[in-house]
Design a protein around this ligand. Structure first.
Ligand SMILES: [Zn+2]
Ligand SMILES: [Zn+2]
Length: 129
């Protein structure tokens, strides 16, 4: 088994998490890497990937698949809808979108829902104007 968590590793993971937590734009690993590097100049992209995957396993961040087919990350775990622009690839949070209480719907009786996603795809306001 791999030795779990040196102090350096823990610190790196914390910085990666903080970057994701303070991002509102669902950054990719590359974008996260750029920001982490400002704080930890010696960090590698591989380290950022590894930390993102640990944070994901720990349930602290979620991964979204963008229209660019790349993984985007966010630390906002409250259920919310997304709009993915197929033109520029931006993923936006859609606030105030009514979300039915899926778990109580008769069609899901007998299923245990662990997560569900509501995602719209199309052209965002910026690309539409
Ligand atoms: Zn767009
Ligand atoms: Zn979001």
């Amino acid at each position: 088994m791999r030795k779990s968590g040196s102090t350096r590793e823990t610190r790196q993971r914390k910085v990666v998490y903080e970057v994701v937590r303070h991002s509102k734009d669902h950054p990719t690993a590359d974008m996260i890497f750029d920001q982490v590097r400002d704080k930890l100049p010696t960090v590698s992209l591989g380290t950022v990937y590894r930390n993102l995957s640990v944070l994901k396993d720990q349930g602290l961040v979620i991964e979204l698949r963008g229209s660019d087919r790349r993984a985007h990350f966010e630390a906002d775990l409250t259920p919310h809808a997304h709009f993915t622009c197929t033109h520029c690839g931006a993923i936006s949070d859609i606030e105030g979108c009514p979300t039915p209480d899926w778990e109580r719907l008769p069609c899901l009786a007998g299923y245990t829902v662990e997560e569900h996603r509501l995602e719209f795809r199309g052209i965002c306001p910026q690309c539409n104007s």
